[in-house]
Ligand binder design. Structure first.
Ligand code: SAM
Ligand code: SF4
Length: 326
């Protein structure tokens, strides 16, 4: 079982399958983003090799992300291989949902358990403005496809951006009134590529909560506002589903962090908001032994940074959010 030097048990690996994406969300990447050529990305056998290695170290939960994970060729077979790896209990995915009408059923059959679908507004014009060229109806169809395929409970991720969608927290949270969904509101975080938007247009969780209380007359903590992963859960009065708040800036949850990330180019990133990474793909391609790679990973995990330094103005600028995957 893997631990860091602060005693946190690490067992959750997020793997970015590609840095490519079929949208260009304003809070994630620049419009003229250039993507890595395929040969620089982990190939399927390399992804599966690392999954087996992490599973041996006690990692049991995998989340696939991107860029947009569904644009990766062969994603269904890759999910099947990951889900069949001994020791892996759950495989989930974070997606913009656009390709789910085509893929949801096959992904579920391959062993995917759940999806988090990103949706920041229910207004088609605002959706287009936030994603630069997305069509809201595609995502709504994707959500329906995920539900029909049994990828449940549905979780919706909404990043809130001032001047774009801060009023939309009200109708988005309203989705939980008659659906058993979890709608999670995310405080925007700063990275490379869209740093100005990310730094200047933040809407904090306390502000989002105040807006929801004013609109719905209350917001009840679920189990004392327990953390579900990184989200603190609440319920609108009488709602079937829950709303979650991911307050990276205003209420950091670093003490309970159990996760690390593997970027699409095979770097182990120890904290979302710290630049520190260890390149695993180059040594693998240079013929490093399994034992040597395993040692590199355990040493890196041990040295996982305690937490982010956003409050001190330390912004990770070596990658865009899309190159890390969230
Ligand atoms: N393309 C997929 C999607 O959009 O769900 C997966 C990758 S995306 C980078 C993962 C999550 O990060 C999404 O929910 C997205 O909204 C969120 N995200 C992107 N940029 C962000 C930022 N600057 N701050 C906070 N969350 C962000
Ligand atoms: Fe693509 Fe997801 Fe980033 Fe939007 S948030 S640009 S869908 S990777």
């Amino acid at each position: 079982m893997a631990h860091d030097r602060y005693g946190r048990r690490l067992h959750y690996l997020r793997i970015s399958l590609t840095d490519h994406c079929n949208l260009r969300c304003v809070y994630c990447m620049p419009e003229d983003m250039t993507f890595r050529p395929n040969h620089e990305l982990m190939q399927d056998d390399e992804v599966l090799f690392f999954v087996r290695l992490f599973a041996d170290l006690g990692f049991d939960k995998i989340r696939l992300t991107g860029g947009e994970p569904t644009v990766r060729a062969g994603v269904v077979d890759l999910v099947r291989g990951i889900a069949a790896t001994p020791g892996i209990r759950t495989v989930t995915m974070t997606t913009n949902g656009i390709l789910l009408p085509r893929l949801a059923h096959a992904l579920a059959q391959a062993g995917l358990k759940r999806v988090n679908i990103s949706l920041d507004t229910l207004d088609p014009a605002k959706f287009r403005r936030l994603t630069r060229w997305g069509d809201l109806e595609d995502v709504l169809e994707g959500i329906r496809a995920a539900e029909e395929a049994g990828l449940q409970p549905i979780k919706i991720n909404a990043v809130v951006v001032r001047g774009y969608n801060e009023e939309d927290v009200v109708p988005l949270a309203g989705l939980t009134l008659d659906r058993p969904w979890q709608v999670r509101f995310i405080e925007m975080m700063p990275f490379a590529g869209a740093t100005e938007v990310q730094r200047t247009l933040v809407v904090t969780v306390p502000e989002m909560m105040a807006r929801l209380r004013a609109a719905y007359g209350g917001l009840e903590p679920v189990d004392g506002g327990r953390l579900d992963g990184e989200a603190r859960l609440y319920r609108l009065p009488g709602a079937r589903g829950t709303v979650g708040f991911i307050a990276t800036l205003s209420q950091p949850f670093c003490a309970s962090c159990t996760r690390v990330r593997l970027t699409a180019d095979g770097h182990l990133r120890l904290c979302l908001l710290r630049e520190k990474e260890v390149d695993l793909l180059t040594p693998l391609r240079q013929g490093a032994s399994r034992e040597a790679l395993r040692r590199q990973i355990t040493d890196a995990l041990w040295a996982k940074p305690w937490g982010h330094g956003l409050a001190q103005g330390e912004i990770p600028l070596n990658r865009t959010m899309s190159q890390i995957g969230g």
